[in-house]
Design a protein around this ligand. Structure first.
Ligand code: MG
Length: 279
């Protein structure tokens, strides 16, 4: 059995329009009980919002099929510092995920300044965040995408807002969304599959494909979004497969190819620390 991590914008829809055949691909995964998750670097929406948006476009999915960078960020923070506090520049999806993971959203002395996608940034809250960072709060980004396509052109992405805070504070942000292994691994674990049986499908080399390559998944680039075939020689890494569209992917054919050409066996695990000391 293999499973899929699937980017949405440029793969399932573009400019609010469903990409032809994307609904049939998802239907096939569901009919054949092939596990999958939608992976998005947009932290504005909750997973329920994302589910509803996909359903409106005719894609039959449940909440459990959605994994957002807001969820990945909140889970990461809850592990790093349980029951901590955050000052948030972001929207509902991020606020909900933080609350669901035991975080308090505060206006003073936070453990973390967390920046996500959205329209809520202003000179006032950026100044506030800057002073918190200079006072010791850690800067965390849901993702570093510099901009996002919209129906009316591009809008400023989370990464651009974070770059502004990095420049002002002299501190580097930690980013959780694609291509970070924190998000790539977190999503794969919810599938219950190991890396050798996981395929990442996406349209963006810098996030979807790079994240998959770095963590050792097979990757399928689709050409319905931000990347053209002619762009590929500009990168030092490449996807395992290139498809014109997600509609052209045959899950069973991929599984057979993967079985014929297995990845190298995993490295032997490192010895336990106690054992190392006795040596
Ligand atoms: Mg995309």
């Amino acid at each position: 059995m293999i499973g899929f991590l699937i980017d949405m914008d440029g793969v399932i829809y573009r400019g609010g329009q469903l990409i032809d055949g994307a609904d049939r691909f998802i239907r096939r995964l569901r009919d054949d009980n092939i596990p999958f998750r939608f992976l998005t670097n947009n932290s504005r929406r909750t997973r329920r919002d994302v589910m509803m948006r996909l359903r409106t476009m005719g894609i039959d999915v449940e909440e459990d099929h959605v994994f957002t960078c807001a969820m990945a960020t909140a889970r990461f923070l809850a592990q790093a510092k349980p029951n901590g506090s955050a000052y948030v520049i972001g929207e509902g999806g991020l606020l909900t995920a933080l609350h669901n993971n035991g975080y308090a959203v505060v206006d003073k002395d936070p453990d973390f300044v967390v920046v996500g996608e959205g329209r809520t940034f202003s000179a006032e809250n950026l100044d506030k965040a800057l002073n918190m960072i200079l006072g010791g709060a850690k800067l965390v980004a849901t993702n570093m995408d510099p901009n996002c396509p919209t129906q009316g052109g591009m809008r400023i992405g989370c990464g651009a807002i974070v770059a502004l805070l990095e420049a002002a504070s002299g501190q580097k942000a930690f980013s959780v969304g694609k291509p970070s292994p924190v998000m790539m691994r977190g999503a794969r674990k919810t599938l219950g599959l190991d890396a050798a049986r996981t395929v990442m499908i996406g349209d963006t080399m810098e996030t979807d494909i790079l994240g998959g390559v770095e963590i050792g998944y097979r990757t399928a680039l689709v050409l319905t979004g931000s990347t053209k075939r002619a762009d590929l020689p500009n990168y030092a890494y490449e996807p395992t497969w290139v498809f014109d569209s997600i509609a052209d992917i045959d899950p069973l054919a991929l599984e057979q190819t993967m079985r014929r050409a297995p990845l190298a066996p995993p490295e032997p695990s490192e010895p336990e620390p106690a054992l190392m000391m006795s040596i």
